[in-house]
Design a protein around this ligand. Structure first.
Ligand SMILES: *[C@@H]1O[C@H](CO)[C@@H](O)[C@H](O)[C@H]1NC(C)=O
Ligand SMILES: *[C@@H]1O[C@H](CO)[C@@H](O)[C@H](O)[C@H]1NC(C)=O
Length: 378
């Protein structure tokens, strides 16, 4: 009896890799005696079954009693957390305990979420589906899980934001998928979406419906490594952080930040920005941190001295040829005095003649260490 238990445990632990060798094949045949699927190949038309552990079948027909009450075979269930990662699953297992709060299904081969996959899981709070092969999520799949707060869908093959997301959602991560558009009302009714991470998708500016975020509160959006050519204008006005690094943005225009008055951190590194229009940064008076490194700027962006909370500005790897004495700091006696000194200004890897820089240009910097000028950092 004990031996059999350990055998099962071993099987569960080794489940990420297909079995090979005659001994383990015999074992497998014993385990799956009433199915005749071949697990070494991906079985395209066998949608409902998991590769090693067919979920719709009785798990161990030869077992006289229920050894693991209500925990999918191969998974570990404790403290209302269900761990089913790295099992080669091709569908969401059934018999998930109804009181589950967190479900981890990452690193499997799940292709589709079906209408009833989460039925009955009314307490579900977190769902991790990273690194599967998801192409489809049924539009009603999330209806049974109204309390879902964290949904992780990164590293899949989804082409759109899933429909009818739970309104309680606080965090959606859909990094590295194939999402080309954010459709109208994609986030309808959500008032507490704090984090939207959707970098590494083939999303361009036209793909964002102007009404996609209507009435939605989002604090942190990251759309890095996409196909944006300008700062999207239709994002929620509640934004505190906006990260648009590694895109193809070529200019920052006057109106770009008009909606985002509360913005505190702005990431625009590694784009193709040549100009920051005078007045554009005046729309984000509370900004504390701006990343503009690895662009094509020819001068220090205008308007920095008026940003009285700005502490960090990265300008390294640009094409800046000179720095004026009033480019960073307000004039003595100016109406808008700085409230926070700079803790980091980076200017290295620019064609500026560093020996021509006037120390007075950095009179509002916290300490000499806050300034990175030379090419000592790559
Ligand atoms: C930017 O605009 C402000 C206000 O209109 C003006 O005072 C300032 O001289 C301008 N700066 C540059 C570099 O054009
Ligand atoms: C840098 O700016 C100069 C003009 O100031 C321009 O001729 C040159 O092509 C620019 N270099 C790059 C890499 O953009």
């Amino acid at each position: 009896m004990k031996e059999l238990f350990f055998l099962l445990l071993l099987l569960a632990l080794g489940a990420a890799k297909p079995f090979s060798g005659p001994a383990s094949l015999a074992l497998k045949n014993m385990m799956l005696q009433d199915t005749d699927e071949d697990d070494d190949d991906e079985d395209e038309d066998d949608e409902d079954d998991n590769s090693l552990f067919p979920t719709r079948q009785p798990i161990m027909p030869f077992f006289p009693f229920d050894l693991f009450p209500s925990c999918p075979f191969g998974c570990q269930c404790y403290s209302r957390v269900v761990h089913c990662s790295d099992l080669g699953l091709t569908s969401v297992p059934s018999n998930i305990p109804f009181d589950t709060r967190m479900m981890d299904l990452q690193n499997n081969r799940i292709k589709e979420i079906k209408e009833n996959d989460f039925r009955g899981l009314t307490s579900l709070y977190g769902l991790i589906l990273n690194n599967n092969k998801l192409t489809k999520i049924h539009p009603k799949a999330f209806l049974p899980v109204p309390k879902l707060r964290r949904l992780y869908l990164s590293h899949n093959l989804l082409t759109e934001i899933p429909a009818n997301l739970p309104k309680a959602l606080a965090e959606l991560r859909i990094h590295d998928n194939k999402v080309k558009k954010i459709q109208k009302e994609a986030f309808k009714g959500m008032t507490a979406l704090h984090v939207l991470e959707m970098s590494a998708n083939p999303l361009d500016n036209d793909g964002i419906d102007p009404a996609a975020f209507e009435g939605v509160t989002v604090f942190h959006i990251r759309i890095a490594d996409a196909k944006l050519t300008s700062v999207p204008k239709g994002l929620p006005s509640s934004l505190l952080e906006l990260h648009l690094d590694d895109n193809k943005i070529s200019t920052v225009e006057l109106e770009d930040f008009k909606r985002y008055k509360d913005l505190q951190r702005l990431g625009l590194g590694n784009n193709k920005i040549k100009d920051v229009e005078n007045g554009s940064l005046a729309n984000i008076p509370r900004v504390r941190e701006i990343h503009l490194e690895r662009n094509k700027l020819r001068k220090v962006p205008p308007g920095l001295p008026d940003l009285k909370y700005l502490q960090i500005i990265f300008l390294h790897h640009n094409n800046i040829t000179k720095v004026g004495v009033n480019d960073f700091c307000p004039l003595a006696g100016a109406a808008r005095k700085k409230k926070s000194l700079y803790s980091a200004i980076s200017l290295f890897n620019n064609p500026v003649k560093y020996w021509e820089l006037q120390p007075a240009a950095f009179r509002c910097v916290l300490s000499p260490l806050s300034l990175q000028l030379g090419n000592f950092r790559k």
